[in-house]
Design a protein around this ligand. Structure first.
Ligand code: IMP
Length: 430
């Protein structure tokens, strides 16, 4: 039975919830395979609003086993705050599974994330300040602390000592901060051990067995394609692999078991943090789309940068992820516009680029080439089938679809769960 990978096609906040809502009752497992509490999604169920940063969205569906894979970095304080918050509202979280190989975010990495951003000044990345980058750096440097280390106090102490012997020099001598005490870090981490124990296991094995039994598994990416550390707009990226390949390395599910790759593409573009953004708007259209789309960060509350839809980027996302199905979200946000410019290519130093330029310098200098589609000037929020859409909105969807090398299977026409048009099943390919 299928493994479906769900990714964002742009710089995040594309509305992945639309796709998970749609798949909801067809799923047995939902796996988070990258990132940490830098993500954020708000889920509304029966009028109740739940803001999740770390837990996979499957935690809210009683029939689903939510899994935090080995590719995730976990802030244990946030984990238990979210668990407690849900439990106090009557949500059972006991199904949660956590990989013993996932890394934890020790408090010193949150401090380092914040002070290093301040130190970078104008060259900052605009991180969420959650300690994500330093924790992935520790993983690669082989000085990280894994979930399994918490169950062996002497190993834990050795690892924290090794990490701090270097980091304390950096904190005190470069950033002029107080050195961190090994005991404080070890004791804080140990304070979670007994609560953590029942959730922890060999999740790669559990997922493999589940697939053998014919279960349906969704691997849900945090962040998005252009924030991927390898394939995104480096260095203005997150520190993990948010593309489809990351689903394998971050969960232990092999590539040969993946059946579908679904990418969520917002009808316009947004970005939080720094970095190049060819179609960015600094005018009333940007302000309008920010307001109608309520484009403010779920994790940090920052107003998002807004731009027109960029099909060079969408084509790139299709290619890098091997997208089989797109979910086009927030089409209704265009309801009031007379016309809608769509970026179909870039011009860099007088040369047309139909694919992403290979160098970041060129990407910085990319000038969008637009084609303009007529608007429909009416609400499409009540549409439930493609035929319900006005002709101009249908044309817009077809125009985009013809340029992104994969079908648009689902169109989002409003924030509520049922405000979708399902053109094809993303599960079957039919
Ligand atoms: P970090 O992930 O906190 O290291 O931040 C690195 C970059 O990724 C920054 O530009 C963040 O704004 C961006 N980022 C991280 N998580 C998200 C997300 O869930 N949505 C959108 N942008 C994100």
């Amino acid at each position: 039975m299928p493994v479906i990978v769900l990714v964002g096609a742009q710089w995040g906040d594309e509305g992945k919830g639309k796709a998970t809502d749609l798949l909801g009752d067809r799923l047995d497992y939902v796996v988070k395979f990258n990132g940490g509490n830098n993500a954020g999604h708000t889920v509304v169920i029966e009028g109740e609003k739940y803001a999740l940063h770390l837990l996979p969205s499957g935690i809210l569906s009683p029939g689903v086993v939510p899994v935090i894979g080995n590719g995730v970095v976990i802030d244990l304080n946030v984990l238990f705050q979210e668990i407690d918050g849900l439990e106090s509202r009557g949500i059972d979280t006991s199904r949660l599974r956590i990989s013993a190989n996932a890394h934890v975010i020790p408090s010193y990495n949150r401090s380092l994330d914040k002070v290093s951003e301040r130190y970078l000044g104008a060259r900052r990345i605009g991180t969420t300040g959650r300690g994500i980058g330093p924790t992935y750096a520790d993983k690669m440097n082989r000085v990280g602390v894994r979930v399994q280390d918490l169950f062996d106090e002497s190993i834990l102490r050795q690892k924290v000592e090794a990490a701090l012997s270097f980091k304390n020099q950096v904190l005190s001598k470069i950033y002029n901060r107080q050195a961190v005490k090994v005991d404080e870090v070890v004791n804080e981490l140990l304070s979670y051990v007994e609560r953590l124990r029942p959730y922890v296991g060999d999740t790669a094995l559990e997922l493999s067995e589940a697939l053998d039994e014919g279960k349906v598994v969704l691997c849900e990416a945090g962040q998005a394609t252009l924030l991927d550390v390898d394939h995104g707009t480096y260095p203005f990226v997150t520190s993990s692999n948010a593309t489809a390949g990351g689903a394998c390395t971050g969960s232990g599910i092999p590539p040969t078991r993946i059946d579908r790759v679904v990418a969520v593409l917002k009808a316009f573009t947004s970005r939080v943090g720094e970095g190049p953004f060819p179609t960015e708007l600094h005018d009333k259209f940007g302000d309008h789309l920010r307001e109608v789309g309520q484009e403010y960060g779920t994790t940090t509350g920052r107003p998002r940068r807004i731009g027109w839809l960029d099909l060079v980027m969408a084509r790139y996302a299709q290619r890098i992820n091997g997208v089989t199905d797109f979910v086009l979200t927030k089409l209704d946000n265009y309801d009031d516009l007379d016309e809608i410019p769509v970026c179909v290519a870039y011009e860099v130093n007088g040369v047309r680029h139909d694919e992403m330029p290979i160098s970041q310098t060129d990407f910085h200098h990319a000038i969008p080439i637009f084609e303009t589609m007529p608007g429909w000037k009416q609400s499409i929020m009540g549409a439930r089938s493609f035929d319900d859409l006005p002709k101009e909105a249908q044309d817009f969807v077809v125009f985009v679809e013809e340029r992104i090398r994969a079908r648009i299977s689902v169109v989002g026409v409003g924030p509520a769960r049922d405000q979708v048009i399902e053109r094809h099943s993303v599960l079957s390919g039919a």
